[in-house]
Design a protein around this ligand. Structure first.
Ligand code: ARG
Length: 569
């Protein structure tokens, strides 16, 4: 049960108007507090405290209310009956939505032949959790891994391989795709090609031009370039798959990126031409997305570059067109680095102007950077920009060191689970938009607001349940201690939290909720012994029931964050 909603609805009904129900920071004086007397006083032109006094007996009549009191200028504190709490608390269940939406989510969006950078961590973690929350609330989602498999990097990589191995037949215009070529690319090496080619191109205009020419010819279907591309594409797709598994994120509904979108460019171009939206500009084709009301600069959207090649911009617009046809979504939400905000503003305008998809149904959730202690983007020990795999490796080492230090014996798989939880939980804990500092030592601590603390709480509670060996059911009556009561109320806050996390696009709410829940579980665990011999059977049964609800609620939160509970810790 969503206790907050229940109480709020009943009070509004009783008083006949909409008041605001608050959850006080300190719940000692009341589980909830309402501004009803303030609202009522405005309507009736009365003094709020006086009116609050009139409301008290009315509110007391509600069958779930045990106590009411007045605070400050006229707030009313409401305490809920213990028995009502015990009887109505329940573990979270997959919900159904009154108005289920179809939502396309674009996250992950890895790139071919470019090793995954640290930014891909946030889009994957936040995107995946947001996807899980949205599904949990009963909406239909489609996750799109908009792979970077068509643009500038392809030209650079092919040009780089041409530089390294000019003798390969791929570079000939009459390349025969039926012929097998004895050439294998090594994955590690492949990951170095793009950065090398890209910095080389900056200093060598000739190479730059060659890469652009190759890109245009590749997109036009050059058989040799395509055969070479297929080679490194398959290696990259395998790496991406490993990443998805390593991060324990849900498999993507569509692994379709720029290359797939490019198939729709003709159709989109026709639409744009009908609306006279494409302009020639210094050899390139552009779309003007500027509005008279703009204060900030709004550069044109690049439809085709001066070599006639497709662009990140054009394929992104075509991808919208494709999604509209495939999913007809009520919303399209993108999760990328904040630095792409301008690109998405342009895309949304272009899609809107062309009538392909309306501006107001788009959303871009931009996230901040992961920094080191020096406030600059996190680097590995050798001074290189850390990649996604580096981050996980570093966390793994930190967990392994801690485990050895504490004298615990945990297998490798468990250490991996804990390390991943450390990274993901810490990521989710931060407001998406803000930058945060990645400190391997603090995020892997078994105490405090960390992933390991969350998992440890779950493992310990689960072990009590496993050892109990009895059927657990709801007790008819049970006198609640303060720890038991607080824990049950928090459990009843689950639904409200997940709804706000969704509405506010704030995955940090679920992480913070999990932490608060763990604090209350641990208070309960320390103050309310369960399996000790001197505990009477009825108390044991009541506590086991509460422990079970708490475990189920925590597991759901853990699952929504894409973490796993290890069997021991
Ligand atoms: N591949 C891009 C990158 O790694 C992100 C793509 C985001 N999605 C999109 N539809 N543009 O930066």
């Amino acid at each position: 049960m969503n206790l907050y909603k229940y109480v709020s609805d009943k009070i509004n009904k009783k008083l006949g108007f909409e008041a605001k129900l608050e959850v006080p920071k300190n719940r000692d004086f009341g589980d909830f507090s309402t501004n009803a007397a303030m609202v009522g006083a405005k309507i009736a032109g009365k003094n709020p405290r006086e009116l609050a006094n009139e409301y008290l007996p009315l509110l007391k009549e509600l069958d779930f209310v045990s106590d009411v009191s007045i605070a400050g200028p006229g707030f009313i504190n409401i305490k809920i009956k213990d028995d009502f709490i015990l009887q109505n608390a329940s573990a979270p269940k997959q919900m159904s939505s009154e108005k289920p939406l179809v939502i396309d989510m674009d996250y992950g969006a890895y790139n071919v032949a470019k090793s995954l950078h640290i930014g891909h961590l946030r889009t994957s973690i936040v995107g995946d959790t947001f996807n899980r929350i949205t599904k949990f609330l009963g909406h239909k989602t489609f996750s799109w891994n908009h792979i970077g498999d068509w643009g500038k990097p392809m030209g650079l990589i092919i040009a780089w391989i041409e530089r390294l191995h000019p003798e390969l037949p791929y570079f000939q215009d009459d390349f025969d795709p039926e012929k097998t070529v004895d050439y294998e690319i090594n994955e590690k090496e492949l990951n170095t090609y793009y950065p090398l080619a890209s910095s080389f191109a900056k200093e060598n205009p000739e190479f730059q031009a060659r890469a652009q020419e190759i890109k245009a010819k590749f997109q036009a279907g050059h058989p040799g370039y395509f055969a070479l591309y297929e080679k490194f594409l398959s290696i990259s797709l395998r790496t991406m798959n490993n990443t998805v598994q390593r991060l324990n994120i849900l498999p993507f509904d569509y692994d379709l990126g720029e290359r797939n979108a490019a198939k729709y460019l003709k159709d989109v171009e026709q639409i744009l031409n009908e609306k006279h939206m494409i302009f020639e500009n210094e050899g390139a084709q552009i779309i003007n997305v500027k509005k008279d009301t703009d204060n900030a600069p709004m550069p044109p959207y690049m439809w085709r570059d001066s070599r006639g090649a497709d662009t990140y911009d054009s394929t992104d617009l075509a991808a919208v067109y494709c999604r509209k046809i495939k999913d007809n979504p009520d919303k399209i939400i993108y999760f990328t680095d904040l630095r792409q905000s301008l690109h998405f503003e342009q895309l949304f305008r272009a899609a809107d102007m062309s009538g392909i998809y309306p501006y107001e149904k788009f959303e871009h959730i931009g996230y901040g950077t992961i920094n080191g202690k020096d406030g600059k983007p996190f680097k590995t020990r050798d001074g290189n920009a850390a990649g996604l795999d580096d981050i996980i490796d570093i966390a793994n080492d930190a967990v392994a060191a801690r485990v050895t230090e504490s004298g615990k014996k945990l297998d490798e798989e468990t250490i991996k689970i804990i390390a991943l939880a450390a990274v993901k939980f810490n990521d989710l804990l931060h407001d998406v938009k803000s930058d945060y500092i990645f400190d391997p030592a603090s995020i892997t601590s078994f105490e405090g607001k960390t992933g390991p603390y969350i998992l440890y709480t779950a493992v310990r509670l689960n072990s009590v349940l496993k050892r109990s060996n009895t059927n657990i059911s709801k007790p008819e009556h049970f006198d609640l201690s303060i720890e038991e009561r607080n824990l049950l109320i928090e459990i009843m806050d689950f639904e409200k939290t997940i709804l706000s996390a969704y509405e506010n696009r704030a995955t940090d709410m679920i992480a913070n909720y999990a932490y608060d829940l763990c604090q209350l579980i641990n208070n309960f665990y320390h103050n309310c012994p369960i399996l000790r011999d001197d505990i009477p059977e009825d108390i044991k049964a009541g506590r086991l029931y509460i422990a079970k609800l708490a475990f189920d609620t925590l597991s759901t939160a853990i699952d929504l964050m894409g973490l796993k509970i290890p069997s021991e810790m």
